[in-house]
Design a protein around this ligand. Structure first.
Ligand SMILES: C[S@@+](CC[C@H](N)C(=O)[O-])C[C@H]1O[C@@H](n2cnc3c(N)ncnc32)[C@H](O)[C@@H]1O
Length: 502
C-alpha cells in the first residue's frame, strides 16, 4: 500500500511476520477506533452518555473506558465542556492500568501533554496524593492545563521542564512514574496521516536515544521499590524492546515485571530479539552485549493495530529493586544535588514574600458567600498549603516545588486582576450543585447552555452573586448574577460553538 512507508513495511514484516502484516493491511482500510474515558471525578456516569457508548475497552477497569461510534463528534457536544469524559484512542488507555496509581501516592507523568493519561491517573488516585504532570513544550503544556482543569483534577502540579532539570528537585521522590515517550508514532498511522508522512527509518535510533535519556532521568526520580512504566505509540523494537534492554543492561537493580493486557501481544522474546539483532543494525549493539541472566523482554506488551479495535501502543513496566537512588547522568556530571531541605527553605522563602494574606482573606469571604457550609469538598482543598504566584492563589500538597518553569504549582482557587478577585475556572469545574448556595442547573437541550458556552449573557432567577452554571449536575463555569441576569465568566479562550446535534 503506497501510503505506508516501504521501509516501515519491511521492518514490520521482519519483526512480526508476513501474516501479521497481511492482517495489518486489512485493518488499515477500516475507520480508526474511537474511545471515551468516563471521569468518576464528576460523580456517577451521566445517563446522557449511555447512548454514545458501545463495548468497554478490555484493558480498562469497570466503567472506565468505552468504544464509541466512529461517526460521533463528541468534542462538539456541551457535555464535553463539563469534563465528564475524555475522548481517547483506546490503545492509549493501556499504560495507566499497568502503572496502577493509587490514592495517596506520589506519581509523576513525565511526558504529559495533552493529558489523556494524566487525567486517567488523577481519576485512579481519586484526586488524593501528589501528582506532577510535566511537559517541556510550552503550547502543549497549556493544553495539558486546560484538560486537567476540565476533568476536575485538583491534585496536580504542572511543570514545563526538561526531565534532567526536574530530577534536580525530586531525587528518589516518586512511588510511580509514567514515561509516555515521544516516538515515531507508527501505532497511529491509520488515524494520523502526518505520522505516516514524517516517518523516516533513520530517525528511529534518534528517538531511541532520546527515550533512553528520558528514562534515565525518570529513574533518578523513582524511590527504591517504586515502579516505572514506559510506553510509546510506536511498534518497532528499536524504540521499544531495545530501549528497555538498554535500561536493564545499564541498571542491574531494574527488572521487567510481566505486563498483561487482554488482546495484547507479548513483546518479542529475548531469543527472537537476539536473532533480529543480526539483521537490524540498530539492534545489533545491544543484542550482542546481553549477559546472563537474560532480560525478559517478552514481559513487555503491545496493543497491535491488527488485533482488536485499537491503534497501537507498547507498554513495559520496570520494578526498581535497589536500596539506593539512581542519579541521572545530568546530575552525575554537574554534581549539583542541593539537599531537599535547602530547596524547601529557599522555596518557602521565595513564596512567603509573594503569598498575599489578602488573597486568602478574599477567598474566605468569597467561599462563605458562594458555597454551602459545611463543605467537606472545600475543607479538603483548604487543608493544603497556599501558594500565590502571578496573581493566582493555589493550594497544593507538593513540596518542594521547582523554582522555575512551573505553570501551575497546584490547584488554582482565585485570580486577582486590578485588585478584583475572581474565582478560577478550575474551581468551578471541580464543584457539584450541592456545593453551591444558588446553582444554575440547566437541562441538556436548553439553548441557554449553548449561549453560555459562546460567552453570552443568559437569564436565570436567583439571588445576586457568584454562581456556577451546570448542565444537569455537571459544571460548566462561573457566572455572576445581577437581577436575574448572569454575567458570563466562561474563559474567553474556551468560548466556541457547541451543539446538541452531534
Ligand atoms: C506521546 S506524547 C504524550 C501523550 C500524553 N501522555 C497523553 O496521554 O496525552 C509525548 C510528549 O512528550 C513530550 N516531550 C518531547 N520531548 C520530551 C522530553 N525530552 N522529555 C519529556 N517530554 C518530552 C512531547 O512534547 C509530547 O507532548
Amino acid at each position: 500500500m503506497s501510503i505506508l512507508p516501504t521501509e516501515f513495511a519491511s521492518l514490520f514484516i521482519h519483526c512480526f511476520g508476513q501474516d501479521a502484516w497481511t492482517n495489518y493491511l486489512e485493518q488499515f482500510s477500516e475507520p480508526p477506533a474511537k474511545g471515551m474515558r468516563i471521569s468518576p471525578l464528576k460523580g456517577a456516569t451521566p445517563p446522557l452518555i449511555n447512548p454514545f457508548l458501545t463495548d468497554p475497552v478490555p484493558w480498562t477497569k469497570d466503567r472506565e473506558g468505552f468504544y464509541i461510534h466512529h461517526n460521533l463528534h463528541l468534542g462538539r457536544d456541551p457535555l464535553h465542556a463539563t469534563g465528564c469524559y475524555y475522548l481517547q484512542e483506546p490503545s492509549a488507555m493501556a499504560p495507566v492500568p499497568v502503572l496502577d496509581p493509587k490514592p495517596g501516592e506520589r506519581v509523576l507523568d513525565l511526558c504529559a501533554a495533552p493529558g489523556g493519561k494524566t487525567t486517567q491517573i488523577a481519576q485512579r488516585m481519586n484526586n488524593k496524593g501528589v501528582l506532577v504532570a510535566n511537559e517541556p513544550n510550552r503550547e502543549r503544556c497549556t493544553i495539558l492545563a486546560e484538560n486537567l482543569e476540565r476533568l476536575g483534577v485538583t491534585n496536580a502540579t504542572i511543570t514545563q521542564l526538561d526531565p534532567d532539570e526536574l530530577c534536580e528537585t525530586y531525587p528518589a521522590y516518586f512511588d510511580a512514574i509514567l514515561v509516555d515517550a515521544p516516538c515515531s508514532g507508527e501505532g497511529m498511522f491509520r488515524k494520523d496521516e502526518d505520522a505516516r508522512r514524517m516517518w523516516q527509518r533513520e530517525l528511529l535510533a534518534t528517538y531511541a536515544t532520546r527515550q533512553i535519556s528520558i528514562l534515565r532521568a525518570a529513574l533518578a526520580m523513582l524511590r527504591p521499590g517504586g515502579r516505572l512504566v514506559y510506553s510509546t505509540c510506536t511498534l518497532n523494537p528499536i524504540e521499544n524492546e531495545a530501549v528497555c534492554a538498554t535500561m536493564l543492561r545499564d541498571h542491574s537493580t531494574l527488572s521487567l515485571a510481566p505486563v498483561f493486557l487482554p488482546e495484547g501481544r507479548a513483546g518479542l522474546t529475548t531469543k527472537d530479539f537476539i536473532k533480529l539483532g543480526k539483521h537490524i543494525p540498530e539492534l545489533q549493539e545491544i543484542a550482542s552485549t546481553f549477559i546472563e541472566p537474560l532480560p525478559k523482554l517478552e514481559h513487555t506488551m503491545r496493543i497491535m493495530p491488527n488485533a482488536g479495535r485499537a491503534e497501537g501502543h507498547f507498554v513495559a513496566k520496570f520494578n526498581y529493586d535497589g536500596n539506593t537512588s539512581i542519579k541521572s547522568d545530568a546530575v552525575h556530571t554537574r554534581n549539583s544535588f542541593p539537599s531537599f531541605e535547602k530547596k524547601q527553605r529557599s522555596f518557602a522563602k521565595k513564596h512567603e514574600k509573594t503569598l498575599t494574606t489578602d488573597q486568602k482573606c478574599q477567598f474566605e469571604k468569597f467561599a462563605k458567600e458562594t458555597f454551602t457550609d459545611p463543605s467537606a469538598w472545600l475543607d479538603d482543598l483548604l487543608m493544603r498549603d497556599f501558594i500565590s504566584t502571578s496573581n493566582v492563589l493555589f493550594v497544593t500538597t507538593l513540596r518542594p516545588i521547582p523554582t522555575r518553569n512551573v505553570l501551575r504549582p497546584g490547584f488554582p482557587l482565585l485570580e486577582t486582576k486590578h485588585h478584583h478577585a475572581t474565582p478560577h475556572h478550575a474551581l468551578a469545574l471541580a464543584t457539584k450543585p450541592e456545593n453551591l448556595r444558588a446553582p444554575v442547573c440547566l437541562s441538556y437541550g436548553d439553548a441557554r447552555i449553548i449561549a453560555y458556552l459562546r460567552g453570552e449573557m443568559i437569564s436565570h432567577a436567583g439571588p445576586d452573586g457568584w454562581t456556577v452554571v451546570f448542565l444537569d449536575n455537571l459544571p460548566l463555569g462561573w457566572a455572576k448574577r445581577v437581577q436575574n441576569q448572569l454575567k458570563n465568566h466562561y474563559p474567553k479562550g474556551l468560548r466556541r460553538s457547541y451543539s446538541f446535534e452531534i
